[in-house]
Design a binder for this molecule. Structure first.
Ligand code: ADP
Ligand code: MG
Length: 261
């Protein structure tokens, strides 16, 4: 059984498609037969809500995991999608930053708990829109960072700060960390700007940028209010097709990494 794959989905900007990508990449990988666990590491809990995890099922959350008050198997909840589980979050996660700040192992809390994730499974961590202690915990736990970039003006702004943070984590707590890739999201092909941002990103970042680009698609934005991934809400929508194709590229990139490691 291959080692488990842990990928942090991070960008300190809000609204770039982190949560949408976590949920739909997770659903697509699960559909393709992989065992997937999502970690909702954002106090807003959008990934949990988007997968229909009601508040009354969030008795034990990622907060308890970080506080070492519960184990991985106790907090990983089943979803309506076969092969897809989620560790949910609630707003009290916002105080974890302050509460962990004084502890010596504050950046390793999640890493330690994810040692219990099943071998061969894929863990996707939906990070909050900040480079604080929560995102650091994700980067220390992960082998890869997937960066969604919204195909709009200023898309590349802030990226150097994100890459510098990854570099710092590599030099300290997690030498194995790599950039898994860059995913362009919410692209509008009728809009010249989207095409220009894509061209810029490919010129600057080369092969790090995934071939598949996620189009702006209203079905993608409607799906969370129906408490499901777009793959379940409208399986043949452009968004579903794109996330399925991206999931194949993502899986093969993981295998390449595993084979050459
Ligand atoms: P983040 O987690 O980075 O803050 P979200 O994934 O929550 O970003 O996305 C921000 C908003 O954009 C949400 O309302 C989401 O539904 C919408 N959105 C994300 N991706 C798409 C897409 N491909 N097409 C249309 N709307 C999208
Ligand atoms: Mg989010």
């Amino acid at each position: 059984m291959p080692e488990k794959h842990i990928i942090a989905i991070a960008n300190q900007k809000g609204g770039v498609g982190k949560t949408t990508t976590t949920v739909n990449l997770g659903a697509a990988l699960a559909e393709q037969g992989h065992a997937v666990t999502l970690i909702d590491l954002d106090p807003q809990g959008n990934a949990s809500t988007g997968l229909g995890i009601d508040q009354d099922r969030r008795g034990r959350t990622v907060y308890d995991l970080l506080a070492a008050e519960a184990a991985f198997d106790e907090v990983a909840l089943a979803t309506d999608i076969p092969n897809l589980r989620i560790v949910s979050s609630t707003p009290d996660l916002a105080s974890a930053d302050v509460e962990l700040a004084g502890t010596a192992d504050r950046t390793r809390r999640l890493a330690r708990q994810l040692e219990a994730a099943p071998a061969g499974s894929i863990v996707l961590i939906d990070c909050p829109p900040a480079l604080g202690l929560l995102t650091l915990n994700a980067m220390v736990a992960a082998q890869g960072v997937l960066v969604p970039l919204q195909a709009e003006f200023y898309a590349l702004e802030g990226l150097s700060q994100l890459l510098a943070t990854v570099q710092q984590v590599r030099q300290s707590a997690n030498p194995n960390l790599r950039i898994n890739g860059i995913l362009l999201t919410m692209s509008d092909y009728r809009n010249n700007l989207s095409q220009q941002v894509e061209a810029d990103a490919r010129a600057t970042l080369g092969e790090l940028v995934y071939p598949t680009v996620i189009p702006r698609n209203v079905r993608v934005s409607e799906a969370p209010s129906h408490a499901m991934p777009v793959l379940a809400y409208d399986p043949s929508s452009k968004g579903s097709v794109a996330y399925r194709q991206f999931a194949k590229e993502f899986a093969s990139r993981l295998n390449l990494v595993a084979e050459t490691a």
